[in-house]
Design a protein. Structure first.
Length: 161
């Protein structure tokens, strides 16, 4: 049993070495997780400010699979740009909260979060559950797949709502 476990562990190390991928350190992953959280803060601000040109640039050059309101769309980057520019949403309070990041490898991550979305003309706030798969490029993270599901409606609280 111990020898089998040792062989499996050695095999994993050899495969990792042959693939020329050294294990990433915890510091790099923390830095990447922080970058992803900043990415989502900027994403939320861009939607809130109706800056759809910026929003479209957050997606992978290969396009993305977007699942929202019961519809699944496999869109090219040009289609994503057109979708955001042709169907603008009103300015709103849109933010990602409770952003959690799980790395799937050195250049991919799964994200889950809660979206709070309050449109200025509405009295209610929509709460959405959000998941996404991100791919790391040379300069940034990009969305390759995202899914949003409604949870329930929250009554606004506090001043300014």
């Amino acid at each position: 049993m111990k020898i089998s476990l040792l062989i499996i562990m050695l095999s994993g190390l050899i495969i990792s070495h042959l693939a020329c991928k050294q294990p990433r350190g915890i510091v790099e992953k923390i830095h990447d997780a922080d970058d992803i959280k900043i990415f989502y803060a900027q994403y939320g601000k861009a939607i809130a400010n109706a800056d759809y040109k910026h929003v479209a640039e957050l997606y992978s050059n290969r396009g993305a699979i977007i699942i929202s309101q019961g519809h699944m769309m496999n869109l090219s980057l040009d289609s994503i740009r057109a979708l955001y520019l042709k169907n603008p949403l009103p300015e709103s309070d849109f933010r990602f909260e409770d952003v959690h990041v799980d790395f799937l490898g050195d250049s991919s991550a799964m994200v889950d979060a809660v979206i709070h979305w309050h449109q200025k003309e509405q009295t209610d706030t929509t709460k959405l559950m959000y998941t996404a798969v991100l791919l790391k490029t040379e300069n940034s993270w990009k969305i390759r797949q995202e899914h949003e599901s409604s949870v329930h409606i929250l009554k606004p609280t506090g001043a300014g709502r």
